[in-house]
Design a protein around this ligand. Structure first.
Ligand code: ADP
Length: 287
């Protein structure tokens, strides 16, 4: 879904971490994000791919005003993240879900945990409960509302963490490798939830991952390498560039590689095949 209005803008954003030795003396700098200019429209589903250390997480932390640019600017809904008065509003507009669900859950009971965000924002009690009900329903975890989060599976815990963000009524949710620690079932649960939040609730999603198969539903895929934005396009466009993706140490889905190899061997297949169904369909056309 696109309504053509920019929600997030980064302008020539660069960020450097200062490397320190054991005594805390500065040894040098790591340029983790290097001159990234990027626009995300309201309602878009963006996926950011990149090998470990390519700068994805550092970029994401700028959108949530956890980090501030060394150079350049970041705007969330028109608000400059480097202006202190904007921070509370920015963190409410752009919520973040991290990798490890255990580090994000603070409540002893699911419904309490989900209510923490709105409570901290000063939302009146009655409305907190309305928001909690709504968020639990949206994430399909109502049945666990009285449970202890510790007893839930990884995928369920991550959905509790996402519900906690949803209850803050954000415009954008950034999932920073939020599926990395989950089993395949848990990963599917989280991706399904992210897609529903985008489709139904019209929440802008920024999905950071190194699992290629998770990005096929994105409106746009961005690829990062050594802090730079090196590729961007629809999943089809990006996955058409098999050799280029491999040069950024990304493992392309097997079905995409197979289709690419068959094409190189002379079969009239299009580039950028992403699913087995698509490959079968194209092969049937050839017969
Ligand atoms: P990704 O999310 O793609 O794995 P990161 O944004 O975490 O990448 O890291 C980008 C670069 O910044 C890497 O070289 C990493 O080692 C470095 N880096 C990340 N966090 C820190 C930190 N807290 N201090 C120093 N360097 C860091």
């Amino acid at each position: 879904m696109k309504i053509g209005q920019e929600l997030i803008q980064t302008k020539q954003l660069s960020f450097e971490y200062i490397r320190r030795d054991d005594d805390g003396n500065a040894e040098g700098v790591t340029r983790a994000v290097d001159n990234v200019t990027l626009n995300v429209e309201k309602g878009e589903f963006i996926a950011i791919l990149g090998a470990n250390g390519s700068g994805k997480s550092t970029l994401a932390k700028h959108i949530n005003a956890i980090l501030y640019p060394t150079e350049g600017k970041v705007y969330v809904d028109g608000e400059d993240t480097s202006v202190e008065e904007n921070i509370i509003s920015i963190r409410q507009k752009a919520g973040m879900v991290f990798q490890n669900p255990d580090n994000q859950i603070i409540g002893n009971v699911v419904e309490e945990d989900v209510g923490f965000g709105p409570e901290n924002m000063g939302v009146p009690t009655k409305e907190i409960w309305e928001r909690v009900d709504e968020a639990l329903k949206t994430l399909g975890i109502e049945e666990f509302r009285k449970h202890s989060p510790n007893k839930l599976s990884g995928g369920q815990k991550q959905r509790v963490a996402i519900a906690g963000v949803v209850a803050m009524h954000p415009q954008c949710i950034i999932l920073d490798e939020s599926t990395a620690m989950l089993d395949p079932k848990g990963r599917k649960e989280v991706i399904r939830a992210a897609r529903a939040l985008n489709d139904v609730e019209k929440i802008t999603i920024i999905l950071i991952t190194h699992y290629m198969e998770e990005v096929i539903y994105a409106d746009r895929v961005l690829v990062m390498d050594k802090g730079r934005l090196v590729m961007q396009g629809t999943p089809k466009q990006v996955f058409s560039m098999v050799e280029e993706l491999e040069s950024y140490r990304l493992s392309v889905p097997q079905v995409t590689i197979l289709a690419h190899e068959l094409r190189k061997a002379g079969l009239p297949l299009p580039e950028g095949i992403l699913t087995e169904d698509e490959l079968l369909h194209e092969l049937q056309k050839i017969r």
